[in-house]
Design a protein around this ligand. Sequence first.
Ligand code: NAD
Length: 465
Amino acid sequence: MSDYDVVVLGAGPGGYVAAIRASQLGLKTAVIDKEWLGGVCLNIGCIPSKALLKNADLAYTLRNRGKEFGISFDNLELDYSVAVKRSRQVSNRLVKGVTFLMKKNNIDVIMGTGKLTAKNAIEVTDADGKKQTIAAKNIILATGAHSAQIPGMEVDGKKIVSFWEAILQESRPESVIIIGAGAIGAEFSTIWNSYGTKVTLIEMLPRILPLEDEDVSNEMAKAFKKVGIEVLTNHRVLKVEKTDSGVHVTVKGEEGEKGFDAQQALIAVGFKPNSKDIGLEAVGVKVDARGFVEIDERMATNVPGIWAIGDLTGKLLLAHVASAQGIVCAENIAGAATVKLDYRMMPRATYSYPQATSFGLTEAQARAEGYDVKIGRFPFLANGKSLGMGESTGFVKLVTDAKYGEILGGHMIGPEVSELLPELTLAHTMELTVEEIARNVHAHPTISEAIMEAAHDAEGRAIHS
Ligand code: NAD
C-alpha cells in the first residue's frame, strides 16, 4: 500500500490535467490508466482527427479546386493511409508530451485497470493480471465515456464501425452511411467526402448538429450538400444489415422506408459513461438514470473523498470541459482558491468544413427564456480575409440582450471559427457589452473582423453589410 493525497483514475484530458494541478498545489499524486496517457482525445479522438481534417482540406482543394487556384496535374494520387500515419505521429508526439509532464510534475503513473474497493482505495490490475492496492485520501474518477451502440446494430469493427475503428483504419470506405449528425458524424463526413468517399449522413432529429443554433445547422446542411454529402434529417435508422460488399441500412422518414447500400456504416449516436466495473457500487457513489456520476459544483460526489470529472459526469462531453473540471476539482481538494464552472457558457466546436463553434444560448433558447433578443450578424462573404482565403461560407451570429447589451450567446460557422470563439467567451466572462466588442479595433484584414462587424450590427450599424 502506498499513500497518496490524490489518485486520479483515468489519464484523459480531465484526469491528467487534474493530476498536474493537484501536484502543483503540493499534493502527492498518482494517475492510473488501463490504456494510455491522454485518453481518447489525444490517442483516437480530438487530436488525430484534426490531423486527418488538415489532410482532408488539402485533398479537397486538390481534387475540386485546382482550376480556381490555377493548379493542374495529371493522375493526382491521394494516399489516405499516409494521412492516417501522420495522424498517428501527431497523436504519439502529444502523448509523449503528457508522459514528460507527468515526470516533470512528480506524478506517479500506474498502468492498469483500476477499481474502487473502498472509499480510499483502488485495486489496480496490470496487463499481466498482477494486482496492487493504491491508497489515497482523495480519489478523482475520470474514466470518460464510450460510443453508444444501437441495439441490434453492433459494431464489428469492419463493416459497422465506431469512431475508434474509423480513426485508426488505414483505408477509407468508398461509400459510407454515417448514423448521427453530431460532432463525430460531421467531422467524418468532411474527412471522407474530401477524399472522394460517397457519404450519406443520417440524423433522426430535424436538423444536423441539432444542438447548434438553427441557422448554423441550416448553413452546415447547405455546405455539406454543396460538396456532395447526402444529408437526411428526420430519418430514423431501423436496421443495419451486413451484406457481402458492406452494409444495407434501412431508414424511416416522413415518406416511409428507404434502403441504402454502402461499404461501411459509422455509428456516431452519442457517448455513454464508463461508470460500470469501476467499483462505484462498492462505495455507494451515486449515478443518474443514464449512469453518469453525480457531482456538485466542487466536483465532489456524494461520497466524501471521492470526486469525479469529465465525460463520466455527463455535464458536457468535451475535452476542454473535462480539463477545466479537473483544475477546479484539484483546487477544491487542496482548499485553494477556485471558480465555479458555468456549463451553459462553455465553448463548443465541430471541426468539419466549414467549422461550427458556439457558446451560450441559441436564439431560440434566448427567446424562450424571455430575453428581449437582438441579433448581430455578419457573413464571411463580406469579409476580405475570408474572400482572400477562398473560404467565404458562413457567418457570425451574436445573440444579445437588448436591455443591457449583454452577450447571451455566440454562433459561428466558417473558416477556423473555433479560433475566434475565445474573444466572445472572454468578453462574456468579463461582462463586456456588444458595444465594447464593436469598439475593440480588430486588425484588418482578419476573419475576426466578422465578430466586430456582427457586434456593430447588433447595434444596428454594421459598416460592411
Ligand atoms: P453527439 O451527441 O454529438 O451526436 C449524436 C447525434 O446522433 C445526435 O445528433 C443525435 O440526434 C443522433 N442520433 C442518435 N440516435 C440516432 C439514430 N438512431 N439515428 C440517427 N441519428 C441518431 O455524439 P457523437 O457525434 O457520437 O460524439 C460523441 C461525443 O463526443 C459527444 O458528446 C461529442 O460532443 C463528443 N465529440 C466532440 C467533438 C468536438 O467537440 N469537436 C468531436 C467528436 C466527439
